[in-house]
Ligand binder design. Sequence first.
Ligand code: SAM
Length: 426
Amino acid sequence: MRLCTRKICFEILNSADENSKYEKIINKHKNFFDLDSKDKAFVKVLLLTFFRWNKSIEKIIQKYTKKKSEKKILNILKIAITQILFMRTTDYSAVNIGVNLSKKFGSRTSGFVNAILRQICRDKQKLLGNLKIEENVPDWIFNNWKENFSLNTAIKFAHQSLKEPLLDIKIKKKFFKKKNWAKLFKGKPLFGELIRKSNSGMIEDLPFFSAGYWWIQSAASTIPVTIIENYFKKFNPSILEIGSAPGGKTLQLCENNFDVTAVEVSQNRILTLKQNLSRAKFNVNLINEDFNKWESKQKFDCVLIDAPCSGSGVINKQPDILYLKRKLNLEILVAKQEKLIKKSLNFLRKDGLLVYSVCSLISNEGKDIINKILRHNKNYSLLKLNRKLINNIEIKIIDGMLYSTPICYQNNGGMDGFFVSCIIKG
Ligand SMILES: C[S@@+](CC[C@H](N)C(=O)[O-])C[C@H]1O[C@@H](n2cnc3c(N)ncnc32)[C@H](O)[C@@H]1O
C-alpha cells in the first residue's frame, strides 16, 4: 500500500508541468481517487513537503551526483530525500521504496539510487544543519520582498512561509459568543470571530459545518470586509464584489446584510461559492461572467476587488508556487489586475469606495498599481488606512496601505502575505 502512495507521487511528478496547479495535476491522476483517505492525505503531504523544499533537495542531489540524471530518476531521488530529511518515514523504508521504484530502470540505476540515498541518510544531520531555508523561495519573490522590506525581513518571511499552514475558521458573528468555539475546534481565538487550529482531518467533520455556523477564511483575508464594515458604519452599502469564489469575503459581506452583487468568471469555482452560500443560508446577486465583459448601468457604494494574483503571499498553503510556477508571468498578471480596477471604477458612485486586495506582498501587484491608478486619475484619492478601520489588529500599515505579512501574529502561526489598499472616487 505504501509503495503505491510513493508510486502515485512519482507518477504525479513525472506528469507535472510547471504551469499547472498542483490540485489540477492530482485531480487528473486516476489512481489517486482509489486511495483511502489516509493514503490520499499522505500523498498530499509528501507532495506539498517536496514542493516546499524542492530547491534545497535539488542542490543536495547535485552535490551527490556528478552527471545529470534523467527526470524520472531525479523524481525518485526527490521523493525519497523528501521523506528522509523532512518527514517521519524511517530511512530504511524511504531508501527501500526509492530503490524499488528505480528497479524498472535496470540494476545499474537502482544501485546508483541505493548508494546516493544511503549516503544521504548517513549525512542527514549535517545536511539539515546546513539548509538555507530562503533558497527555496524563487528570486523574483525573494528579491521583491528584500527591496520593499529588508533582507532580514525577507529571510523571516521565507522561514515562516515554509512552515505548514494552520487553519482559520471564521464564525458567524451572531453565533460567536454562543459557544466555546476554541474548545470545540481544539484551537485558539485569534482576533475578531476567528479561531485558528491545526490543519488536520476533514473540514466537513468539524462541529456545526453543515449547520453553516462558520466557514474557512484566512485571518488576513477577513481584513477588506472589516474595512468596509467600519467605513460604512452609518448605512448599508451596495457592494460590487469582483472575483468572489470560493467566497470567504462574500459570506462576510452577507452577514452584514449588505446588498451584494458578486461577479465570478470561473464556472468551477462558482460552484464552491454556491455551496458555501447555501450552507450559510445567504443570498446574493451572483453573476457567472468575466467582469471585463459584464455590463450594467448600476452604480455601487463600494467595489471590492480580490484580484487574481501570483499567490506569493500564501506559499505555505500553496507551496506548488515554489515548484510549478517558475515561469509565472508577473507582467501579464499585473495587466489583468489593472484592467479589472480601471473597469470597476466606472461602477463606483461619486464618493464611493474601491477596496483592492491581493494575497501577495509583491509591490508590482499592490502599491505600484494603486499609485499608477492615482497618478492617472485625478478624480480619485487614496483612503489612508488606519488602525481604527481594521479594529486595531496588529498589521503593518505603510503610507496608508495595508500589509499583512507572514511575521504578523508570528507567535500564533503568522499571517498570509496580503495587501489591501482603498481609493475614493471624488
Ligand atoms: C483571489 S480569488 C478570490 C477569492 C475570494 N474573494 C474569496 O475571498 O474567497 C480571485 C478570483 O477572481 C476570479 N477572477 C479572475 N478574473 C476574473 C474576471 N475577469 N472576472 C471575474 N472574476 C475573475 C478568479 O476566478 C478567482 O476566483
